[in-house]
Design a protein around this ligand. Sequence first.
Ligand code: DAH
Length: 355
Amino acid sequence: MAESLTFDAQTVTEAVAEGIAKIAQATDLEELKAIKTEYAGAESAMTLASKAIGSLPADRKKDAGKLMGKLRADFGRAYGPKEAELKAKAEAEALAAETVDMTLPVTRKPLGARHPLAKLMEDWEDFFVSMGWHISSGPEVEAEWYNFDALNFGPDHPARQMQDTFYVKGNQATDAAGFVGSNMVVRTQTSSDQVRALLEYGVPLYVASPGRVFRTDELDATHTPVFHQCEALAVDKHLTMADLKGVLDKLAVAMFGEGAKTRLRPSYFPFTEPSAELDLWFPDKKGGPGWLEWGGCGMVNPNVLKSAGIDPEQYTGFAFGMGIERTLLLRSDINDMHDLVEGDVRFAGQFVMGE
Ligand code: DAH
């Protein structure tokens, strides 16, 4: 260092006293550090005075050295305990800031609930899978051919009329299987998957097709334009109505519990012959056991098998179909279908099924 150093006992003593006074006033560690730099750092009066001792005449060196030793010790005695005190204070503050107050009220995240329909669809699929059946699902926007023609609906069948069926405007099927030009509809029934599945998988076939269907039905407590059905189709050699009845009774028990059974009443569907309405005996029905309408069924009409290129002389089949919502309404005694579509978690949370 070029500047000449001078040793001034009074100046350095005053400077150190000032530093010690400031240490006493310091309120945090940062301030304390700054005081250390100012009064004991490389540029401080104390350091410069120590360096200046070297240039003092020999007879003054000893006293100057003693003085500097004392000043350094004084400074250190003030600094050490203050540093410890401020460190403890900083730690206490950090701990206080990080403390979790266990008594504060919490904002709970609301829990969702599985929709009872989704759960019921799974139970339904489980039933068929347990018998070794295949689960399939056709498209919701479907060629009119699969939805009606292939199922033996005549060209003038009333169900084709606009009041029941949503036609998809401007679209025509481009299906390579020969149905090019068929109008497109949003399927009105999962029966539309019968011939699709037969063409895709061939025979023998045991298949269940759950899914959404669409009808221009009026909106009331028991109808919505979109709802779910499950179709079941079995085509094999030697199948009879006894096989149909056996599966239906098993399904009734799976869905409605021990003691549930089914009965058939003669009816008409274009795609089954003979056809039947299907009633359910529900032992746990609210207000007492009784028969309830549940769905439709029958032996597969030979014309349907022919639509899929299957020889009706060799193969027979049975089919049935039910509304899933209807099953849920019956089973859980729900009065208004709209509760199922409104998505209120308080509604969904009431159902614990098939656990
Ligand atoms: N597809 C019919 C409907 O939507 C229900 C149905 C009736 C399905 C008889 C069948 C059946 O498989 O055999 O009302």
